[in-house]
Design a protein around this ligand. Structure first.
Ligand SMILES: CC(=O)SCCNC(=O)CCNC(=O)[C@H](O)C(C)(C)COP(=O)(O)OP(=O)(O)OC[C@H]1O[C@@H](n2cnc3c(N)ncnc32)[C@H](O)[C@@H]1OP(=O)(O)O
Ligand SMILES: N[C@@H](CCO)C(=O)O
Length: 563
């Protein structure tokens, strides 16, 4: 066997290069075959999951990181969609040389079920009725979202995720993953989240939902192809958005400043600009809804409707309440803008279902979070934000305490920020630093040789020794016809065999062979080598197929280079 003599590629482990953007990225849609069962016992069929993937999977698919989005996020976590000026929502962290380094990891992000960004949700067409589900969509839980993601992960052929990461509701999915499928998650990163939704969080969710359901245009959830409940949805977002900021960030952003009286009215500029900028988003969202409602005519109607409805929201709010010359604080204008733009990108029924799933979330068992986390094995990084009053730091500390009580390796970090809850979307420097440190232990995959020679157990000792001499190697993994590891022979075994006049390789193979996985830390490989006095280990995948070799020389070279 030859293990290629070149020094393995150390990639950008210690490069300190500045992060780069991914360029143009695309979404992919996957349909879960058969019936998808929900926690409630209800079922869905033809369930679609929209996802994006950045970076390449390594041969044994052990470098995959699943990113879980927050309440109103989607699969588009990084890079740019063609024609877009803004990148995906976690572009600060995902890309070459960023914490979620796409040169090293394969990043997958999917839109949750229940959402309105091409995964199956209330605005999708029910295969049974041929109409949008509306509120006939079954009740959802965070576990349902995770179960759907698991189907996607299986479809991608990934046996174990290198990591799962997310903030806010994304953090809840992270926690749920490690509870529901402990064997499938190696590392977990939960940011600005809770393991059990508090009454205060539920209260804010309830007000948002009431704003929507009290809007007459909500119409019992049956508004597709008609005027959307823009006013209620905008109000829900305005309430929600206040909880994503902090007292300090609002002071800093707006103070008591008022919108300019002289010159153009900024709130109108923003409204006009947003209806133009978001016309693509709006047409995509509602074309989707109405094409699902199956008529081109209705798609035009609903496109018109969606922009009319959102303009209605603000004009009603201002004209009915205040005379024209009343002052308008900047913070009011800002919230109006946030509410208005939200109506152009989000479905009101999805908002109801998803916020309810958040409210249901409670991982404690018999009132005990320690019991709830009893099966968790993933290594954890839990991050909170000093100014987050929606998911305050004590809730992250409770997670860490309960994990630690179960013997889980859990690290707690606090980001110092004035941004409030949404700091998990904004604090580029601190997040990159903490996440990179947590993820970037050197792995076998970083130093293994992917080109190697092997022999079959039916080989003669003469042929095996000729191969070793010719290719200048001391270890040959013995593999079956389908590449599965059966044993190993070393040059020392061959020397002994020659001395004892043994001719068949089969007689000298070490069958109780030590091996590693490509996702193992190099410390693991190095301690096996030390404990058993061996200088090379086959690297196998989860099917027991040999995919590479790691040698003591390659580890020494790494230590020499960076130690
Ligand atoms: C996984 C996920 O969570 S995905 C969902 C994340 N995205 C969102 O939540 C979208 C809405 N949220 C936000 O915009 C969040 O505040 C953030 C965290 C994403 C962005 O934060 P920041 O960069 O600080 O932006 P900021 O909060 O200042 O908002 C900027 C917008 O407000 C507008 N704005 C600022 N001041 C005013 C004002 N006085 N009057 C009207 N509009 C204003 C800006 O023009 C800008 O509009 P645009 O987004 O249409 O371009
Ligand atoms: N602002 C983010 C975080 C909410 O938790 C969102 O809308 O998804």
């Amino acid at each position: 066997m030859e293990i290629s003599t070149q020094v393995p590629h150390f990639k950008n482990l210690f490069s300190g290069k500045k992060g780069q953007n991914l360029g143009i990225v695309n979404s992919v849609n996957y349909e879960i075959p058969g019936i998808f069962k929900l926690e409630s016992g209800k079922t869905l069929s033809n369930v679609r999951i929209e996802y994006e993937m950045y970076g390449k999977m390594n041969p044994d698919k052990s470098n995959v990181i699943l990113i879980c989005h927050a309440l109103t996020g989607d699969a588009h976590a990084a890079g740019f969609h063609s024609g877009d000026k803004k990148p995906g929502w976690w572009n600060i962290l995902i890309g070459p040389n960023k914490a979620f380094d796409t040169e090293r990891y394969c990043i997958v992000c999917s839109n949750i079920i229940g959402g309105c960004k091409s995964s199956t949700g209330p605005s999708s067409i029910s295969p049974e009725t041929g109409k949008p589900y509306g509120i006939s969509f079954p009740i959802l839980t965070i576990a349902d979202m995770v179960n759907a993601q698991k189907k996607l992960v299986e479809h991608l052929g990934v046996k174990q995720l290198f990591a799962v990461a997310g903030g806010s509701m994304g953090g809840m999915q992270v926690l749920q993953w490690t509870v529901s499928y402990p064997e499938m998650v190696k590392k977990a990163i939960a940011i600005a989240t809770t393991a059990s939704t508090t009454p205060q969080q539920i209260a804010f969710g309830a007000i948002g939902r009431k704003a929507i359901t009290d809007d007459p245009k909500w119409n019992g959830g049956n508004y597709y192809g008609k005027k959307i409940p823009a006013q209620g949805l905008a109000l829900a977002r305005m309430i929600g958005h206040i909880t994503y900021l902090s007292d300090a960030s609002m002071q800093k952003k707006f103070g008591r400043a008022q919108q300019e009286k002289e010159g153009p009215d900024l709130s109108k500029i923003h409204l006009e600009a947003s209806s133009k900028i978001s016309s693509k988003t709006s047409s995509e969202a509602y074309l989707k809804t109405s094409s699902e409602a199956s008529s081109e005519a209705s798609s035009e109607a609903s496109l018109e409707t969606s922009s009319e409805a959102s303009l209605d929201t603000s004009s009603e709010a201002f004209s009915e309440t205040f005379p024209d010359n009343f002052s308008n604080f900047q913070v009011e204008s800002y919230l109006n803008h946030q509410g208005d733009t939200f109506t152009k990108r989000f479905d009101a029924n999805s908002y109801l279902y998803i916020t309810k799933a958040v409210d249901f979330f409670d991982l404690s068992k018999n009132g005990s979070l320690i019991e709830g986390f009893s099966g968790v094995t993933a290594k954890y990084l839990v991050i909170s934000i000093t100014s987050d009053w929606l998911y305050p730091p004590y809730q992250s500390q409770e997670i860490v305490s309960a994990l630690t009580a179960n013997g889980v390796d859990a690290k707690y970090e606090e980001i110092r920020s004035q941004y409030g809850h949404d700091a998990f979307l904004l604090e580029e420097g601190q997040l990159n630093y903490l996440i990179r440190g947590f993820l970037s232990q050197i792995l076998v995959s970083d130093i293994m040789y992917q080109s190697f020679y092997s022999v079959s157990r039916n080989e003669t000792i003469e042929n095996a020794s000729t191969l070793m001499v010719k290719k200048k190697v001391n270890h040959l993994p013995v593999v079956s016809e389908d590449g599965k590891l059966e044993g190993i022979v070393t040059s020392w075994d061959i020397t002994k065999a020659v001395a004892c006049k043994i001719t068949e390789l089969d007689e000298i193979i070490t069958r109780n062979v030590k091996y590693v996985f490509s996702g193992d830390k190099i410390e693991t490989a190095s301690s096996i080598m030390e404990d058993y006095s061996i200088s090379a280990l086959p690297v196998i995948d989860f099917e027991n197929r040999v995919i590479g070799m790691v040698t003591s020389e390659s580890i020494s070279a790494l230590i020499g280079k960076f130690g």
